[in-house]
Design a protein around this ligand. Sequence first.
Ligand code: HEM
Length: 316
Amino acid sequence: MRSLSSVFLLLLSSTWAAALDIRADPSPTTEVQDGQTGTLIVLPPQATETGLKQIPDAAHPFVAPGPDDQRGPALNTLANHGYIPRNGIASFEEISLAMMEAFNLELMLGANMLANNILTQGNPFANKISIGGVSPLVPPLPGQIDGPVTGGIAKHGRFEGDASMTRADAFIGDNRLAAAWKVWRQRPGREQHRLQCCNLIGMKKQNIMMDQAANPKFEFAARRLNNAYAEASLLIDVFANGTTKQATLSIIGSFFRNQTFPPNWFRAASPVTGAIVANTVSQIVAAIPVQPGRNNAQGVPALRITTGPRTSPACL
Ligand code: HEM
C-alpha cells in the first residue's frame, strides 16, 4: 500500500505537472551545470495512428551516413532515413516518436528500452544519446559523475554485451556493426527463409556456446541475459513485414547488413506491445534456462548449455 507521503508526492507532482503543462513545451531549459543546459525529458503521448503503413515514406529517403555520423548496434536504419537525426545524436523524444512512427512500437515498450540506454550510456542531463560511440556532441555528465566521456549505445558492458546475434563480442572484434552477421553463416543462400522463435533459440544457444569458448572475458550477467533475449525477439516481432507478418533473412539483412528498410516493407498493423515481446522472450527463456555467469579468471566457461542448437523440422 502507498504511504501517505508518496500519495502526497504523487498529488503534488500531478498538480505541478498540470500547472506547468510540460507537454505544451516539451523541452524547457532548467539550469546550467558545467556549461550544459539541463533539459527536461518528457514522455511523448502514444501515437493515435497505429495502422499498417508503408515505411519509409517520401519524406524519409535513405542517405548513407557521413564520416562524422554516429552508427552502432541499433537504430542505424532510423538515422539513415532521417526518422531520427542523421548524425546519430538524438534526444529521448526524437527516438520515442521515431520508434512509434517507423516500427509501430508501443510507446512504453520503446521508452523503457530507451530510458535504460539514455540513463546508462547517454547524457540524461542534456537529454542526448549517441547511437554509436563517444561523440563531442554528447558531453560527459556534469561533474563527470560517470567518467570523462559518455559512451554511446555501443559502450560495452552496459546494455551492449556478449553473445549477440548480430555482432562480434567486444573482446573479439567489431561490436558495433553487423558486417559479419552470424546468422548468414548459419543459413547461406536461404534469403527467403522465415525466421521463427525456434531459430532464435538455436542461434542464441549457439552464440552463447561459441562466444564463451572464443572469448576468455565472456560475461552474461543478469542484465545482459534479459536484454539479449528481448533483442532477439525484436527480430521477429518488430522487423516482420506488416503485410505478411514474416521476417525473412532478406528482410532482417536489409536492416542489419544494409541499414535500410527492405523494399515494400510495412510496419506492423497494430502496435508491438510489451506483451507480444514477452511472449517470445518467455519461449526463449524456457528453452535456454541458463543462470547468469562469466568465464573464470582462466577463461574457463561458466555457463552450462545442456542441449545443442535446436534443429526441429519447423526451423530448417
Ligand atoms: C525499434 C526499436 C528497436 C529494435 C527493433 C531494436 C533491435 C535490436 C536488435 C535486433 C539488436 C541486436 C541484438 C543482437 O545482436 O543479439 C539490438 C541491439 C541493441 N540495441 Fe536495439 N532495437 C531497438 C531500439 C533500441 C533503442 C531505443 C536502443 C537504445 C537507445 C537500443 C540499443 C541497443 C543496443 C545497445 C544493442 C546492442 C545490444 C547487444 O550487445 O546485443 N535499441 N537492437
